[in-house]
Write a protein that binds this ligand. Structure first.
Ligand code: EPU
Length: 328
């Protein structure tokens, strides 16, 4: 067990006074990640409003406490020693999805950052709005999908996200239009004139999606076909965090390279390279983060040696080893 170093007894009292039962101390992150691994967050807080997030972030800064945001924990590997400081969860409160505008040829839907990406896909199908089906089966929250520019062969967040609302490090609540959004593969960056990364993390609060009216029955049929195809190619039964590595430049996917290196089924402790799709690592029951990290290192070494390709993780690794160093 790691001893809390950053959050003092006074800090705990401050958080308890402000958040009551919405703060937990030494909360196992294994409960909040789809890998189902990860040591404790010193404090795990669920704010209910943008004003509460602002107050929390300001208060943490004044007290010198580090903080980080989690969405659905679906692209996240938390190390076994846990996370120092405050983890801010946008679930379950920031989950509203609503129709902002509907015309004959276009519609705008707003989704708060803590809404499930699948809930957004279902909302669009039920309302007869086309444009979100590409994201069917992608776990996690809208905020996570936006910041990662989540995508599949059928589309990307960047094709549907028209504007986002963010909380900037100075506390400004700002809506950023397309000119301010710089999209890349699995990444969104804001125009540096709007957001200077060195001033601290920002928080995505809400996304506005541009969709197109369509026949709900046709959308549903397309959705069923896409989900069936996904289920046949990717492991869905065991805990995982989606694709572990980004696809490298050069056209051959990470999954194919790992497969051709003969690594499917390789195990370390409770972690296994999926026998169904080689770019997935599954938790077969009692994996530790260290098992998954060891498998990732082995994959990088084998693919590097065999194909001279350096695979870059897509999964975000945070936290510290047991009795060890924090990685951010
Ligand atoms: N392949 C193999 N062996 C494997 C897996 C794949 O040979 O074990 C081959 C396939 O036969 C295919 C090629 O690799 O020819 C590409 O595979 P796939 O169609 O499964 O797509 P991918 O590039 O591996 C990407 C995204 C997925 C997304 C799928 C489906 C990345 C890193 N991955 O996978 O996203 O679901 O397309 O559209 O961009 C994620 O980001 O977490 C993720 C799972």
């Amino acid at each position: 067990m790691t001893i809390s170093m950053t959050i003092s007894i006074d800090h705990r009292q401050w958080l308890r006074d402000r958040f009551g039962r919405r703060v937990q101390f030494d909360e196992p992150m294994a409960r909040h990640t789809t890998f189902r691994v990860g040591g404790p967050a010193e404090a795990f807080v669920r704010p209910q409003s943008a004003a509460e997030i602002r107050m929390l972030i300001n208060g943490a800064a004044q007290r010198g406490i580090p903080w980080a945001i989690v969405g659905g924990g679906s692209n996240l590997l938390v190390k076994d020693g846990g996370i120092t400081g405050i983890v801010i969860a946008l679930t379950p409160y920031f989950k509203e999805i609503s129709l902002v505008l509907r015309e004959s040829r276009q519609a705008t839907v707003s989704a708060q950052a803590g809404a499930g990406t699948q809930a957004l896909c279902r909302f669009a199908i039920e309302r007869g709005l086309q444009g979100m089906n590409f994201a069917l089966g992608i776990p996690g929250t809208v905020g996570g999908a936006v910041v990662m520019n989540a995508g599949t062969a059928a589309g990307w967040m960047q094709t549907v996200v028209k504007k986002i609302r963010v909380l900037l490090p100075g506390g400004e609540d700002r809506t950023v239009d397309p000119k301010g959004l710089n999209w890349a593969y699995r990444r969104l960056e804001l125009d540096p004139a709007i957001y200077d990364r060195s001033s601290g993390p920002m928080v995505i609060l809400e996304a506005f999606l541009g969709l197109v009216p369509a026949d709900p029955a046709r959308l549903k049929a397309e959705a069923d076909a896409l989900l069936a195809a996904r289920n046949s190619r990717q492991p869905t039964r065991l805990p995982n965090a989606g694709c572990v590595f980004k696809n490298p430049a050069g056209g051959v996917s990470a999954g194919e390279l790992i497969d051709r290196a003969g690594l499917k089924g390789t195990r370390v402790g409770g972690a296994e390279i999926s026998t169904k799709h080689a770019n997935f690592i599954v938790n077969t029951g009692h994996a530790r983060a260290a098992d998954i990290l060891e498998l990732m290192t082995r994959v990088q070494a084998a693919v590097g040696e065999r194909f001279q390709v350096g695979l870059e993780p897509e999964v975000v690794v945070v936290g510290k080893e047991i009795n060890g160093q924090e990685s951010v």
